[in-house]
Write a protein that binds this ligand. Structure first.
Ligand code: GDP
Ligand code: IMO
Ligand code: MG
Length: 432
C-alpha cells in the first residue's frame, strides 16, 4: 500500500496529468486535492487526447475510484460539461465522486475574477478567469457554499441569501450587475439533480481505503512557484499545490503520505504574470514553445519558456519533501546543441542564492547564473530505458537530479502514455 502525491515542481503544466495517467494503472483511488477548473491536465492514451480540468486523471481506468477532494473548488457547470465530454468519448464516470465538503465555485465567482483583474489595471495577475481566486476568498471569509449544500435545499437557500448580501455589493462596486438569488438557486437545483449521486462524505471512505491497504494517488494542480504562500506572491493561485497540503486537501491523515513525486519539465515554462528569471526571448525560447507546443491547456495562452531553473527545483524539492522526480519533455530539447541550467540567482545587492527562491520583490531583479552542458542532438522519443538514452541526456537528467537532491523516478520522452519509463536505481554521477 502506498499513498503518493504527484505535485508540480515548477510553475504548473509540468505534465502532472500524463504522470498520473501512467501511475493510476496500479491505483485504487486518485484524488485531486486542490484547485479548480483552472487546471488543464493533458492525457494522451487509448481514448485519444483529453484535457481534464476537474476530473482526476485516473478516470480512464474503470477500476479506479476518482475523487474531487475537499481542498478543491468545484464549478458544477464545467464539471457536468467535462463528464458529458468524457462519456461522449467512451470513458465511464461511474466511479467519480465529489467530496461534500469541497467548495462550490459559483457563476458569480467567474464574473468577480474578471472584474477584479480589470480593477488591477496594468498590474494584473494573469489569472485563468475561472473564478478560482474569488471562490477561495469566499471560503476563507466563510461565505462560500459547499457541494454538500446541494443536498440540503433549505440550508442552501439560507446560505445563498447570506452570501449574496456581500457578493452583490462587491459586484456593484466593481462595475458589474448584481445577481438574482432566485435564478442562482434554481440553477443550483438543476446541478443537484445531476450531481447528487456523486456527492459523498470522503472521510469514512478514505479511512476504510487506508485501513484496507489501498494504493492512493493524490493529484496536485499547478506547481510550487504558484503556491499561495511559497510561490511568487501575488502572482500565484489561491490554494496550495505543495505536498504538505495533499493529505489535508484529499482527506487523509498528515502522516499517511509515503511518496512525493515532483513533476518537472526538462526546461521551464510559465503562463501568467510575475517574475520568471530564466525566461528566454530568443529563438531557443521560440523553439521550446513550438516543439513543446507550449500553449495553455485551459486558456490557450502562449506559455513563457526558459532554461531549466536549478534554484527553483532545489526549493521545490525541499519544500515538498520530494522522494522522486518525474522529468518530462526531455525530447523537446533533442535538437539543441548546448543547454543551459540556472544554478544561482544573483540579487540586486550581489547576494547569490542557490537553493532558495527569494521573495517576489527581490526575485524581480535577480540575474540567473548559468552552467552549460552539451546537448545530445538525437531523437529520444523512442527510448524506453535509462540505458537507451544518449549519454549527454543521461548526464543532463542526472544534473537536474543532483541539483534537486532527489533521485529520478521517471523520465518522459513524449506525450503518449507509453512514452516514458522508470529510472530504476539512480546514480547521481556524471557519466563520461
Ligand atoms: P499538467 O497541467 O501538469 O498536467 O500539464 P499540461 O497538460 O498542461 O501540459 C503538459 C503538456 O506537455 C501536454 O500538452 C502534454 O501532452 C505534453 N507532454 C507531457 N509529457 C511530455 C513529454 O515527455 N514530451 C512531450 N513532447 N510532450 C509532453
Ligand atoms: P495546471 O494544473 C499553469 C496560473 C495563472 C496565473 C495564476 C493564478 O494545468 O498546471 P488562477 O486562475 O489560479 O487564479 O491564476 O496561476 N495558473 C496556471 N498556470 N497551469 C495551471 O494549472 C494553472 N492554473 C493557474 O496563469 O498566473
Ligand atoms: Mg496544465
Amino acid at each position: 500500500m502506498t499513498v503518493t502525491a504527484v505535485v508540480g515542481a515548477q510553475w504548473g503544466d509540468e505534465g502532472k496529468g500524463r504522470i498520473v495517467d501512467y501511475l493510476a494503472k496500479r491505483a485504487n483511488y486518485v484524488i485531486r486535492f486542490q484547485g479548480g477548473d483552472n487546471a488543464g491536465h493533458t492525457v494522451i492514451n487509448d481514448f485519444g487526447k483529453t484535457v481534464l480540468h476537474l476530473v482526476p486523471c485516473g478516470i480512464f481506468y474503470e477500476n479506479v475510484h476518482n475523487i474531487i477532494g475537499t481542498g478543491c473548488v468545484v464549478n458544477p457547470q464545467s464539471l457536468l460539461e467535462e463528464i458529458a465530454h468524457l462519456k461522449s468519448i467512451g470513458v465511464s464516470c461511474d466511479r467519480l465522486w465529489i467530496s461534500s465538503r469541497a467548495q462550490m465555485l459559483m457563476p458569480y465567482h467567474r464574473t468577480l475574477d474578471e472584474l477584479e483583474e480589470q480593477a488591477r489595471g496594468a498590474d494584473t495577475i494573469g489569472t485563468t478567469m475561472r473564478g478560482v481566486g474569488p471562490a477561495y476568498s469566499d471560503k476563507a471569509t466563510r461565505s462560500g457554499l459547499r457541494i454538500g449544500d446541494l443536498l440540503q435545499p433549505d440550508w442552501l437557500e439560507a446560505r445563498l441569501d447570506n452570501a449574496l448580501k456581500t457578493i452583490n455589493r462587491k459586484l456593484t462596486i466593481l462595475g458589474g450587475q448584481p445577481v438574482d438569488g432566485r435564478e442562482v438557486y434554481e440553477l443550483l437545483m438543476e446541478f443537484r439533480l445531476q450531481l447528487a449521486p456523486r456527492i459523498v462524505d470522503t472521510a469514512p471512505i478514505l479511512r476504510m481505503a487506508l485501513e484496507a491497504g489501498n494504493d492512493i494517488l493524490l493529484e496536485g494542480q499547478l506547481g510550487v512557484m504558484r503556491d499561495l504562500d511559497w510561490g511568487i506572491y501575488p502572482y500565484v493561485t489561491s490554494s496550495h499545490p505543495t505536498a504538505a497540503f495533499a493529505p489535508s486537501g484529499a482527506g487523509l491523515p498528515a502522516g499517511s503520505l509515503d511518496e512525493v513525486h515532483g513533476v518537472c519539465k526538462a526546461y521551464s515554462t510559465c503562463v501568467g504574470d510575475g517574475p520568471f528569471p530564466v525566461e528566454l526571448h530568443d529563438e531557443i525560447g521560440k523553439l521550446m514553445q513550438d516543439v513543446g507546443k507550449e500553449f495553455g491547456a485551459t486558456t490557450g495562452r502562449p506559455r513563457r519558456c526558459g532554461w531549466f531553473d536549478g534554484v527553483a527545483i532545489r526549493y521545490a524539492a525541499w519544500l515538498n519533501g520530494m522522494t522522486g522526480l518525474a522529468i518530462t519533455k526531455l525530447d523537446v530539447l533533442d535538437s539543441i546543441e548546448t543547454l543551459k541550467i540556472c544554478t544561482g540567482y544573483r540579487l540586486a545587492d550581489g547576494t547569490v542564492l542557490t537553493d532558495t527562491v527569494p521573495d517576489t520583490s527581490l526575485l524581480m531583479d535577480a540575474q540567473p547564473l548559468w552552467e552549460e552542458m552539451p546537448g545530445w542532438v538525437t531523437p529520444t522519443t523512442g527510448c524506453r530505458s535509462w540505458a537507451a538514452l544518449p549519454v549527454e541526456a543521461r548526464n543532463y537528467v542526472s544534473r537536474i537530479s543532483e541539483l534537486a537532491g532527489v533521485p529520478v523516478a521517471y523520465v518522459s520522452v513524449g506525450p503518449e502514455r507509453d512514452n516514458m519509463f522508470g529510472r530504476g536505481s539512480p546514480a547521481l554521477v556524471t557519466e563520461q
